[in-house]
Every structure is written in structure tokens, then in C-alpha cells.
Design a protein around this ligand. Structure first.
Ligand code: HEM
Length: 134
């Protein structure tokens, strides 16, 4: 039987494969640049400073994709649908959220396969966060 040497692609998490913390921080930073200018989304964010929200989303995505578990160390179990319950996530909010994500993902310049994996997840997750009709 042939052994697969350590450190080959098979053993790397998606987090590592796409460049680790730096990549996720960049993604989320680009995303919040769009949110900051968005007339529908910006007023939904309770804090004046978007920095802490940016930090939470970055840490969550890093953890989700196999990076450090810093998000849960600070915030506990994600329970994202529950955490979004105070906000009206309708079709328009969903579309705006994904539009800014799309722009951010495009700027990362990932391989087509990594990009597809990430995008499939983001679209699925965004759809599952919708909690209001309209
Ligand atoms: C579909 C449209 C969405 C809208 C309009 C939306 C909006 C919001 C808002 C207003 C907050 C509160 C900001 C804060 O204080 O952190 C928030 C938090 C958060 N969102 Fe979303 N969100 C959406 C989708 C998603 C998706 C798809 C994910 C994950 C892939 C996500 C992950 C998070 C995380 C991790 C937090 C911080 C939770 C915490 O620890 O408190 N959101 N979102």
C-alpha cells in the first residue's frame, strides 16, 4: 500500500488551502466595504463601528473552514439562525448580502474549484438565514 506523505493537499483544510487567516480577513474586509455603503444593510448593523462585526464574521468563517476555533471560544456555539432573528433578513437583504460577498470573493482570485466550494457554501448559508418574507 502506498502511503500518502504528510502535508499533502489531502491533509490540508480548506482554510489552509486558500491561504489561511489572511484570505478570510481579506474576504470579510472587502465584504464590509460594500456593507458600509449599502442603504439597506448598513442600518441593520447595531453598532456604529463595523469593525467588531467584521471580526466576528471573519473568525466564524475561519473556524467553519477548519481554522482556529477562536470564534466559539469567544461567542460559543454559532447558532447563526438564532443570532439573526433580531434582524429582518428578507429577500432584498439576502440579495444585497450575497452581492457584496460576490464582489469580495471575486477579488480574492481563488482557483475555480476553491471559489466554487466557497460560493456554494455562502449561497446555501445565506438562503438558510432568510427569516422574513418579502
Ligand atoms: C442573508 C443575509 C444576511 C444578513 C442581512 C446578515 C446580517 C447580519 C447582522 C445585521 C448581524 C449583526 C452584526 C453583528 O453585530 O455581528 C450579523 C451577524 C453575523 N452574521 Fe450575518 N447576515 C446575513 C447572512 C449571514 C451568513 C450567510 C452568515 C454565515 C455564513 C452570517 C454570519 C454572521 C455571523 C458569524 C455574525 C456574528 C454572530 C455573533 O457572533 O453575534 N451572516 N449578520
Amino acid at each position: 500500500m502506498t502511503e500518502i506523505p504528510r502535508g499533502t493537499l489531502e491533509e490540508q483544510t480548506f482554510y489552509e488551502q486558500v491561504g489561511g487567516e489572511q484570505t478570510f480577513r481579506r474576504l470579510v474586509h472587502l465584504f464590509y466595504r460594500g456593507v458600509a455603503e449599502d442603504p439597506l444593510l448598513r442600518p441593520m448593523y447595531p453598532e456604529e463601528d463595523l469593525g467588531p462585526a467584521e471580526e466576528r464574521l471573519a473568525l466564524f468563517l475561519m473556524q467553519y473552514w477548519g481554522g482556529p476555533r477562536t470564534y466559539s471560544d469567544g461567542r460559543g456555539h454559532p447558532r447563526l439562525r438564532m443570532r439573526h432573528a433580531p434582524f429582518t433578513v428578507d429577500r432584498a437583504a439576502h440579495d444585497a448580502w450575497l452581492r457584496h460577498m460576490r464582489t469580495a470573493v471575486d477579488e480574492l482570485g481563488l482557483s475555480p474549484e476553491h471559489e466554487r466550494t466557497l460560493w456554494n457554501y455562502l449561497t446555501y448559508a445565506a438562503a438558510s438565514m432568510v427569516n422574513s418574507e418579502g
